[in-house]
Ligand binder design. Sequence first.
Ligand SMILES: O=C(O)CCC(=O)C(=O)O
Ligand SMILES: [Fe+2]
Length: 305
Amino acid sequence: MNAVTVTPLGFAAGAQISGIDLRAPLSDAQHRQIYDAWLEHIVLVFPGQDLSPQQQIAFSRRFGVLDQHESQAPSTLHPEHREILVLSNKVVGGKKSGTYNSGRNWHTDLSYTSRPAKGAILHCKEKPPVGGDTMWANLYLALETLSPNIRRLIDDLEALHDVTLIRGIEQRDPTVVAEMKKRNPPVVHPVVRTHPETGRKSLLVNQRIRRFLGMSDEESQSLLAMLNAHATSPEFVYRHRWSIGDVVMWDNRCSCHVALGDFDQTKPRVMFRCSLEGEVESGRLTQDVGGSDRQSMLQAVAAVS
Ligand SMILES: O=C(O)CCC(=O)C(=O)O
Ligand SMILES: [Fe+2]
């Protein structure tokens, strides 16, 4: 079996994997090589693939436990394979898909739950003639390039992640959104997190953070704006311009991403997505905050109610 070729696409993140047809099962050697490249480059691009849902599922399963998408509206899942979430802006039966504006602000998938995703595998099926790129930021680099003084400030800091900060959520079906909010009360995560496999630390900040615990709203907003601007600055970002047939997989444990809405919405953009379940419960409900953190918790709860 030939070795696959790994070609970096960006300095901060991104590598292209060629010399492989993902329709066939991966050998153990190929799997190891791809897995190592994934840990190193965070975002892997496999161009020119043409996978059936079954083949995409089989490939994705080699990298983790597949999310059955219980928390997603049934109408957004592939009709025969619930492991595939369909990201689409098409109008079906007179209604926009529930995923038509997914991912429109910087986020780490499922950081508004106690167990953020391990990663995801997107397969591009249809795309607009221009626009609709996706960008990923390397959050290891974001952390490592902070000054020692800011580093000390955030080392033990915790942030409240809030599902209601998903950009454009208010434009989605109100029944689905109400259910999402009910299932996802705000959760607290450390701002500095450790990758379970590489052991490297990264900066878990994004635009779905409401506030930091133990800080006033003003302090939180200023610090968050600074950290988000830093984390998503161009030197830490890989921007992917899609082609039909691309398979892109990312490591969600050290990155954040955004799907740009800069395209003609009358043109279809369709991605089939498999999601890898997170391995660790890194977050906790605000209700669990006790003792000296209680005041912060009350402030935090007040801030979202
Ligand atoms: O549509 C995209 O490019 C990505 C959307 C997104 O945020 C995701 O699939 O997690
Ligand atoms: Fe996402």
